[in-house]
Every structure is written in C-alpha cells, then in structure tokens.
Design a protein around this ligand. Structure first.
Ligand code: BEZ
Length: 270
C-alpha cells in the first residue's frame, strides 16, 4: 500500500462508531515515541537469540520488531490497524508485517517466542488473544509482554468521564476503551490456558509526555479518540481543555506533563 492508498483508506474509515478510532501512524512515531523507547527494555527481557523466530503482537509502526530483527532473528509483526501496518511496511521492508487481529490469527509457522509491548490493553477479548498466542508457540516457547495494568491512566480516564458527563455525553462517558487487568487476573488467564508464568510485576511508571504545553490533550487525541469521535470537533476541543485543566494539579510537574501509567510485565513459558 502506498501513501496515497493510505490516505484514501483513512477517508473511507472516517465514519466511526463510539469507541472506534483510526490511528495516525505518523503522529504516533513523532510525538509518542516514548512507547517504543520504553519497549526496548522489554526486548532485553525477551532476550531474542540469533536464528529464533519471533512474533510481535500489536507491532504498531514496527520500531521494536526492527530492534528484535537486529538481534539476528526472523520477525513477524501483526497489528489490526491498517495505518500502522502500512507505515511499518514502508519503514522496515525486510520484516514480515501482517494486518491481522490479535484475537483471530493462525500463522503457518510456530514461533520460539511471542513479544507484545503496550498493545494487549487494546484487546478486550483477552481470552481469544491468549489462545492464539499460546497456539502459535513451539512447546517451551517464551512469552514476554508489557501492557497497562490495573489502575493505569486512572487520573486521566476519571477526568475525561467527569467532563463528558458534565457536557451531557453520558453514552461516551460509559465507553470502555481499554482492558487494564490486575496481576492476579492476567496471570490466571495465562495459567488456565497452559502457560507457566515465570515472572510478573505490576509497577508504577509515570511517563513524561512529549509536548510541554498540550501533553494531555495530545495524548488523548492520539490514544483516547474513541471517546470523542461522535462529538463535534469544536466541543471536543473545549472538553480536552477542561480535562487538561483538571489534571494540572496531579500530572503537571516541573514544566512537563506526565501520564499516570501502571505497567503489567509478565514472562511465561508454553
Ligand atoms: C498504555 O500504554 O498504558 C496506554 C496507551 C494508550 C492508551 C491507554 C494506555
């Protein structure tokens, strides 16, 4: 797919239902590059070895798939966003990227490891994803993941819901865009499927956002678009201003905005 096809595709998908969003892959890399940078630490936890076949679930624009490739591995990246996959293919033509959902995939090869960074909290049908990831691993294969955990971005979502309700957007305030499980919940799901969980952490990682003036507004435009796509853009701007004002006291420090991230990091073996 070339750039023109990508733009047309974005136009075709511009009528969205509540909770749906398209991805701005360029903005993702330009202003939210911290997502991939933090993920490099998870690549070290995965410890990919030369010759291994690795699957990156929710690969986005492919930055971490490429970091894994550089270790001498063979990488497949999957993502359900056409915009992300199109950009990943353009940036890293040597990697096999596929436009498929984490909840419904069956690939022809078995992998030595499955990797997933900052993606599985978008997957509300978690059981199907866990099944697919388990089934595509060789016996003894490794799983290394990090996602938003229980309490993740709670200040931000509470403020968004408060302001949406104040403006009369009750349906939008009830939208659940993300799944942020506790450590016990996700490790249990993995164990029920047959994984042996080898490590699990739930830790706070307040994350500095890239734009000093409009950090929260930009973050919400990128990641929280599903709350706002049925609302008039002028009103959305007012709502975002109000949300950012509310959050100033808790998430603006020393001239920078922070998102109140709480990470769930798990490793497991099939
Ligand atoms: C996260 O990485 O925790 C996250 C990113 C986007 C939306 C929600 C959570």
């Amino acid at each position: 797919m070339n750039l023109a096809d990508e733009k047309n595709m974005s136009k075709e998908t511009s009528v969205l239902r509540p909770g749906e969003a398209t991805w701005n892959a360029g903005l993702y890399d330009d202003k939210h590059s911290f997502v991939s940078k933090y993920g490099e630490d998870l690549v070290n936890v995965l410890n990919p070895l030369p010759g291994e076949k690795i699957l990156d679930v929710g690969c986005g624009t492919g930055y971490l798939a490429n970091v894994i490739l550089q270790k001498g591995t063979q990488v497949t990246g999957i993502d359900s966003s056409p915009e992300m996959i199109a950009k990943a293919k353009r940036e890293y033509p040597g990697i096999d990227f596929k436009l498929i959902s984490a909840t419904d995939f069956h690939l022809d090869i078995l992998f030595d490891a499955v990797f997933s960074n900052a993606a599985l909290h978008w997957v509300l049908d978690k059981q199907s994803a866990i099944e697919c990831m388990y089934d595509c691993l060789k016996p003894g294969g490794r799983f290394a993941m990090e996602m938003g955990g229980k309490g993740n971005v709670k200040y931000i979502t509470d403020a968004v819901k408060q302001v949406l309700l104040k403006h009369g957007f009750k349906k939008e305030a009830g939208i659940n865009l993300w799944y942020f499980p506790s450590l016990g919940e996700y490790t249990s799901l993995l164990e029920v499927k047959g994984f042996r969980v080898t490590s699990a952490y739930h830790y706070d990682r307040d994350t500095k956002l890239d734009d000093n003036a409009n950090g929260i507004k930009d973050w919400l435009r990128m990641f929280g678009a599903g709350f706002f796509n049925t609302i008039d853009p002028g009103i959305v701007n007012d709502i975002l201003d109000e949300v950012q004002d509310i959050l100033k006291l808790v998430l603006f420090r020393n001239g920078s905005w922070y998102a109140d991230y709480k990470r769930l990091r798990i490793t497991a073996i099939k």
